[in-house]
Design a protein around this ligand. Structure first.
Ligand code: AMP
Length: 573
């Protein structure tokens, strides 16, 4: 398939944001693509080169991308930089310069989509001495052959700014439509995706044969998309929903998914990035386990041996670092509380939780690998008592687990239900993506920071939707840090996949997720979350709790969840 066809489809998608139209366009593309091509095209549409755990970063610096544009169109760097300041979008800059090229390549040729992907991969992988020059040369060669429209998307892609707003659900629908003309294959595709977190691999396998998708299996060292917890407001609601259940303490550390095959061990973060090198202590403990093959999940917490208590979340996060690993491992020794088992040589995800737990108890505890403490609970009173105990122990709350439920990869299906402590008058918290920030007024002027514009994610629409202007809850240090972090990623234009009504002083790339507490959810004309009849959901008295560096923007609380929380609160009142 020609890259020009893909670029035209992207241009169409930019014009219309209707999900059905998008699905139709993408299904048309998949129909034409071969199996290998389907994989590469999928990555391009996602704006990535490989699934997150492979750690292949696109991000070619903006400066280098501008140099390539200047070189291939025959303009000076100053001219390109000036235009970039004016337009604020490198894609538009490339399009503008390529449409008035001063120099033309001797011969140009049409490019395959797969070829463009291959070159991008070479650009990303070039490293070491002379690699910057090589990257610029490779990109310039692509741009020499590109039409202005192709150039626009190539440059956005290479700069990591290709945000077409195509959500995973739309891609899965499109794959299904490409074969069956309807959504009938969607559930099987989704299951496969949840088991490997690699939509490119799913697209390729599906293009080979839908039968293979039906037989798709868990594989070691391909991380599974994590199961998610629902929330309910009271112990009564939980018992009403799942009846007799197992209750575990909810530890406030960070989630790890650990794979083991013999002495080979990999650790994946909640975002499913490989973080093995940061935790030599955990790797060693896992190696010692007798089981040959394992995939399990646990919460990692740093333990303060002197004070015989866990460190706080913020302190535990000292272990999430790239440098000084030995020192921080000695300072903040970790415990990992295993809480689920997905593979033990055979797939465990389809077993009911009670059986998975029995299997886990054969393996843990072992050294620093503990097992989450749990109690069987029959009624509200017992659940309430454990919840109180969790708060007394300084924990976040509890997780109630449905004994009969399988491991629901990538989904939120009342298999796990969390009950969290409240903060002052706050009823609950959400995790929201920062899309902009405000300048400080009065006493805050010195920090050049006055608050955040935060958005939740709507996966069905592939859009971020604003829900709150978070103006309080910051320490001085936090204001300083946030200002520093955010001023590095400001953009002239709002994020392409954001729906908004109010404007912050600065837009930023959607990169950071924060946890915000609030007193209530109301309807307001200023926010776009779940907007209907010009009213969206908005947080009342939102305040900053903490940065959730373990979460990706697309793992923010979803619009659907906010709507459920709203209904839940109204129900209670
Ligand atoms: P939240 O991030 O608030 O939606 O809560 C879900 C997170 O709680 C999971 O991703 C885990 O990291 C964490 N967690 C802590 N303790 C447990 C537990 N016993 N079972 C499952 N998840 C847990």
């Amino acid at each position: 398939m020609l890259f020009s066809e893909l670029a035209s489809a992207f241009a169409e998608i930019e014009k219309r944001s209707g999900r059905l139209e998008m699905t139709g366009l993408l299904a048309g593309i998949y129909k034409k693509a071969g199996a290998k091509e389907a994989r590469k095209i999928t990555y391009i549409m996602q704006g990535i080169l490989a699934p997150p755990y492979e750690g292949v970063d696109l991000g070619m610096g903006e400066r280098f991308a501008m140099q390539a544009v200047a070189g291939s169109a025959g303009y000076s760097m100053e001219e390109v930089e000036k235009e970039a300041k004016k337009l604020g979008d490198l894609g538009l800059v490339a399009e503008a310069f390529l449409s008035r090229k001063r120099q033309h390549a001797l011969s140009t040729r049409e490019m395959d989509a797969g070829y463009v992907y291959d070159v991008m991969l070479r650009i990303a992988k070039a490293s070491g001495k002379g690699s910057q020059d090589l990257k610029i040369k490779l990109l310039s060669e692509l741009l020499n052959n590109a039409t202005p429209l192709e150039g626009k998307f190539i440059v956005r892609y290479v700069a990591g700014q290709l945000r077409l707003g195509i959500g995973d659900p739309t891609m899965l629908d499109a794959l299904s439509f490409s074969r069956s003309g309807d959504k009938s294959l969607r559930a099987e595709l989704e299951r496969a995706y949840n088991l490997c977190d690699d939509l490119g691999l799913v697209a390729e396998t599906f293009a080979e044969s839908p039968e293979k998708i039906r037989e798709f299996k868990i594989e070691l060292f391909k991380p599974i998309r994590p199961a998610l917890a629902e929330r309910l407001p009271t112990p009564e609601d939980i018992i009403g929903k799942i009846g007799e259940c197992a209750v575990e303490f909810k530890f406030d550390g960070f989630r790890m998914q650990i794979h083991k095959k013999g002495s080979e061990v990999e650790i994946y973060s909640r975002k499913l990035e490989k973080i093995t090198f940061m935790y030599p202590d955990v790797v060693e403990a896992v190696r010692k386990l007798k089981q040959g093959e394992l995939i399990f999940e646990g919460e990692a917490l740093a333990f303060n041996e002197g004070k015989n208590r866990f460190y706080s979340f913020q302190e535990t996060m000292h272990r999430r670092r790239k440098y000084g690993i030995k020192k921080s491992a000695a300072e903040y020794p970790l415990y990992v509380y295993a809480f689920d088992l997905m593979y033990n040589g055979g797939d465990c995800t389809r077993l009911p939780y009670a059986e998975r737990r029995r299997e886990m108890e054969k393996i843990f505890p072992s050294g620093i690998l503990k097992i989450s403490e749990r109690r069987m609970v029959k009624d509200t009173r017992e659940l309430e008592a454990i919840f109180k105990e969790s708060l007394e122990r300084g924990l976040e709350g509890i997780m109630a687990k449905d004994l009969k439920a399988p491991y629901v990869a990538g989904a939120r299906k009342f298999a796990w239900i969390k009950l969290k402590k409240s903060y002052g008058s706050a009823v609950d918290t959400i995790d929201a993506t920062v899309v902009g920030y405000y300048l400080g007024k009065g006493a805050r002027a010195e920090f050049e920071f006055g608050g955040l514009l935060a958005a939740v994610y709507n996966p069905e629409r592939g859009k971020f939707e604003t829900i709150a202007k978070i103006g309080s809850g910051y320490s001085e240090e936090e204001m300083k840090n946030l200002q520093e972090m955010l001023s590095e990623i400001t953009t002239k234009e709002p994020p392409a996949d954001l729906d908004y009504k109010i404007k912050p002083d600065f837009w930023v790339l959607p990169k950071y997720v924060v946890e915000a507490a609030f007193d209530d959810i109301t309807l307001s004309p200023t926010h776009t979350c779940g907007m209907k009849n010009d009213k969206g959901y908005a947080l009342r008295f939102p305040r900053m709790m903490k940065l959730r560096s373990d979460k990706d923007p697309k793992e923010s609380t979803t619009t659907q969840e906010v709507m459920e929380m709203y209904e839940m609160m109204r129900g209670e009142k």
